[in-house]
Design a protein around this ligand. Structure first.
Ligand SMILES: [Fe+2]
Length: 188
């Protein structure tokens, strides 16, 4: 079978693409790996693992959680110019956001274009994985999994709480992120 990559994936038949998304989403890892540095790739897999665990507990589609997990940082390795080109074409307003979060917006258009994946739940979770502005269960799961997957080695109880009460953990994490941003701004 031909090795899939980011440039040939869209050439697969609609049926084959659907089959990969539904039955063999882990096959997408070979397509994602060359796009990210090693650390980011390991983070990506770890986010997906945590997301699936949370999805199982909170009755969210596990397949969607896995896909959102492995795809959430897919554009993290693009250059500023590449992000600008995508956002200028589709989502100009987002260029007003800080550069480190551009990738969460550009990812959505990149995924539609390169993978022809249009699932609204998955794309919404990815779009909001850095701003935390969606209260959908899948989006909350990806937001928490991204910031508290074990490789980040952050020593608090937010992930533990998320297994019990997703909403409470989401609120806790948002407060923690706001505090972090505030402290950083104060330091500069
Ligand atoms: Fe991430």
């Amino acid at each position: 079978m031909i090795k899939i990559d980011i440039d040939n994936f869209h050439l697969l038949s609609k049926k084959r693409k659907a089959e990969i998304f539904k039955e063999h989403p882990e096959d997408l890892l070979e397509l994602i790996e060359p796009l990210l540095d090693k650390k980011r790739f390991l983070h990506t897999k770890s986010v997906a693992e945590v997301a699936v665990k949370l999805a199982k507990i909170h009755h969210v589609d596990e397949n969607k959680a896995y896909l959102a997990g492995i795809l959430h940082d897919i554009t993290k390795g693009l250059s500023d110019d590449e992000h600008i080109a995508i956002l200028k074409a589709y989502d100009l307003i987002r260029l007003k956001n800080p550069k480190p979060i551009w990738h969460s917006y550009s990812a959505v258009y990149y995924i539609k274009e390169k993978l022809n994946l249009y699932d609204g739940d998955i794309l919404n979770a990815i779009y909001h994985h850095t701003d935390g502005l969606s209260n959908s269960k899948l989006a909350m799961i990806i937001y928490i999994a991204d910031k508290r997957e074990p490789l980040r080695k952050i020593d608090d109880h937010i992930l533990e709480h998320a297994y019990v009460d997703l909403y409470k953990a989401f609120r806790e994490l948002k407060i923690d992120v706001m505090r972090y941003v505030h402290d950083k701004q104060k330091a500069n």
